[in-house]
Structures are given as C-alpha cells and as structure tokens.
Write a new protein. Structure first.
Lengths: 174, 256
C-alpha cells in the first residue's frame, strides 16, 4: 500500500496536522501496524517538497511540531489518478484494495466505479492464468491455480463490498 | 450423422432465419451479433428482475454473465433463450425478433438451434446416458439409430467412454454434467446457454467440464452464454458482463 498517497487522500478531506493524519491513518488503515511519527513527518515533508501539499507555519504550543498541511491541486490529481487506476491484480494486494475503497468512500467518490475497474482487472488476469493453465506444464498449472484462488478471494471480497457500500460509507464519512 | 464444423465466420445453417428477417439478418452479419437483448424489462409479480437490460453477443463468442444472487442474470439468460418473454424490450437472434414469436416457434428455435446445460444435469432418469444425449435429436425427428450414433461420438470426446448404457443414478455428478454437456452440444446448436454448469460440482470436476465445454465450443464455433457466480468459471470466457439490479453493467472485461 502507498503510505504517501493514503496520507494525501486523508489530507484531501481538509487541512490537517501531522498528528491528526497519523491518528486517522492508524485508525482506518494501520490495523495493528501504526505509522511512526518520523515516517509521517518525513512523508509530509516530501509531499510538500514535491508540490503535492503545502505546509503552513509552525504553530505555537507544546509537544511535537504542529503544522497544518493543505493538499494542492497536483496532490488532488495524484489521489484521483491513484483511486481510478486498478491495483496490479497480484496476490497480497488486499491492503491497497482496502485503502482505496475506504478513501473513495471517505471522499465521497463513487467507490463502486473503482471496484468495477478493479474487478475487470482481476478477471482479465484470471483469463490470462486460465489460458496459461490450458497450455502450460503441470508446474505452471499448479502456480496458476494458486494465483487464481488468491485472485478469486479478492474478487469475492470486491463483490461483497460492492453490495454493502451504502452501509460502509455511513461508517467512514464524517 | 456427421457433425458439421462451423467456424466463427461460417455460413448460416440450413433452415435458418425466415425470409422476413433478411434485412435484419444482413445487419446481423455486418455486426457479427448473433443474439441481442435490448432494454429488457421483466417482473415476476411485483418483483422486478430486469430493469432495462441490454446485451449483444457476437457469433462464436463465449460470454460470462455474472452478478449477485437475485441480480437478474438467469432471467436475462432465459429471455435470450426464448424461455421467458420480457414485458418490455426486444430480443433478437440471427437477425430475427425472438420475443414476438409464438410459443411454438420459440420452442422450435430452442429445440433446433439452441443447446442448454443447467446446474444439475437434469438428465431423464429412465433413459440411459446415450439416450439422454440423443434426446434433442430424437425430439427434432432424427431416427433412433442415427441419433444414438451421433450421441455416442460425444462419449469419447468428453471422457465418458464405457458409460453409454448407464442411467443417471449410476453416474457421478461430474459424469452427469458431462452427459448433460454432450446433450447440449449434440444437435450442433448455434448458441449454447449454460446456467451455472459447474454449480453442483467440486472444483476438479467443474474445471474438467469447463475445459471440455470451451474446447468444444471453440472447435465448432458455437456461441456460448454462460451464467455463473464463479469467477474461475467466468475466466474461461472471452468476456464477462455483470448484472446488477436488473441491468447489465457498462464496464466489462475482455480477452485481449
């Protein structure tokens, strides 16, 4: 999963401090693997350097550095592009699928459209693997079967999620 | 009976579309579409099943129709096959309007030009496997001898050698489904409709049925409309469409 794009997506909701972004990232996407503060601030600095976000002045107060970050138009465009493109349909991409769907719903984007695009990419890959099985040797078949079952699991999750988007959207929208 | 091998761009079979369909048939040959649903609406009582479903299938194509339970995918298949008649919209087959035909004409079309494979083989228990396969030929007037001979040719192709005289109760689920597949293909249909053809099978038997179904369809240029909820089955198709809430999704995938 792309941490910079996920943080940028969270920033698209509105200006935020690094602290708040880390808290929301951990709550929605961390799942037992929270981001380190150093990673959050390093990522935000890079996003600011690359023109994807703008850092406001340091605010007075105790504790860690407090700056409010605002996403730029270039940052919004990056998030939109990322959400619209299917993740490569390979096994172990569940965290990226998950992040994109949650962010799409959070930002009020049509998550169903994203799921459809991903679904088509998955089935395309499954067709390629099915072709491979029909002309490959037994080891190719064995490997292709393994990938097919993993992709099928993703697809079942995609279909299940598509059927519950309204309910899920209510849970993640502010 | 020798089974003609029809390429995807092959000539229309003898006794095809009636004269009145000439203009539409010309249009069909230009677009390559063999069967098409246009804005179908179909309800069962107060329950809508199709709400403006459209789908065009090209000759020789294998199309998977997917969708959640109750989405209308089986209803769409039944309308395309002339089993059900939509309340609104049109169904075209081979340049001919299908939904306005009489029950008898639609029955004849299903018998002579379509083949069917259902989830559970639906074999006739009183008949042997070879008689079950020969059934479409017998129903369309072929004499018993040639019909059984044509049926037997499929047993080798589908790995069923030696099971010709067994009755359905003496066949495994996978064997029954392969007999059902042979029955669907024996009359050399232009269109094969398959509704969850592997739904009652384990994964290995299901894979064998799909290998055989797609190989036979591609060899004979048979167009296949395949309803399935199983993505691994859909991956055998050239293209899949998704039915949701009675409509066919616009985003579809296709074999490159």
């Amino acid at each position: 999963m792309s941490v910079p794009l996920t943080l940028l997506g969270l920033l698209e909701r509105g200006p935020s401090h690094g602290y708040d972004l880390k808290r929301d990232y951990d709550a929605y996407f961390g799942r037992g693997r929270p981001l380190r503060y150093s990673q959050v601030y390093a990522t935000l600095s890079r996003l600011a350097r690359d023109g994807k976000a703008v850092a406001g002045p340091v605010e007075q107060g105790s504790g860690p550095e407090r700056r409010r970050y605002v996403i730029t138009e270039a940052g919004v465009a990056d998030v939109e592009r990322w959400l619209a493109e299917p993740a490569p349909p390979e096994p172990d991409l569940q965290s990226e699928l998950f992040a994109k769907v949650v962010l799409a719903m959070m930002l009020g984007h049509p998550a169903s459209g994203y799921l459809d695009i991903q679904r088509a990419a998955h089935l395309q890959r499954m067709r390629e693997l099915t072709d491979l099985k029909q002309r490959g040797d037994p080891l190719d078949v064995l490997l292709a079967d393994h990938m097919l079952y993993r992709l099928e699991a993703d697809l079942r999750w995609i279909d299940h999620t598509a059927a519950r988007l309204d309910l899920l959207a209510r849970a993640v929208r502010p | 009976m020798d089974r003609p091998h029809r390429g995807t761009a092959g000539p229309a079979r003898a006794g095809g579309a009636p004269v009145t369909a000439n203009l539409a048939a010309t249009a069909e040959s230009q677009t390559g579409t063999i069967v098409e649903a246009r804005d179908l609406v179909k309800s069962f009582g107060e329950t809508p099943a199709l709400r403006g479903a459209s789908l065009a299938v090209r000759r020789g194509e294998i199309v998977a129709v997917m969708g959640p339970s109750g989405s209308g995918k089986s209803t769409l298949l039944h309308c395309l096959a002339g089993i059900l008649v939509p309340q609104e919209g049109q169904v075209w087959f081979g340049g001919q309007r299908l939904d306005t035909l009489s029950d008898d004409r639609r029955s004849a079309l299903r018998r002579d030009r379509f083949g069917f494979v259902f989830q559970s083989g639906q074999l006739v228990p009183e008949l042997t496997a070879e008689e079950n396969v020969a059934l479409p030929l017998l129903l369309s007037g072929t004499r018993r001898g040639p019909a059984i001979a044509a049926a037997r040719k499929w047993f080798g192709t589908l790995g069923l050698d030696g099971l010709e005289r067994r009755r359905s109760g003496e066949l495994s689920g996978g064997q029954s489904q392969r007999v059902s597949l042979a029955r669907g293909l024996v009359a050399d249909p232009e269109l094969l409709f398959a509704d969850e053809p592997t739904g009652s099978l384990d994964s290995v038997s299901g894979e064998l049925v799909m290998d055989l179904l797609t190989a036979a369809a591609r060899e004979h240029g048979t167009t296949v409309v395949l309803v399935t909820h199983d993505a691994r089955v859909a991956a055998y198709a050239d293209r899949e469409v998704v039915v949701r809430d009675g409509k066919v999704g616009t985003l579809t995938g296709a074999r490159p």
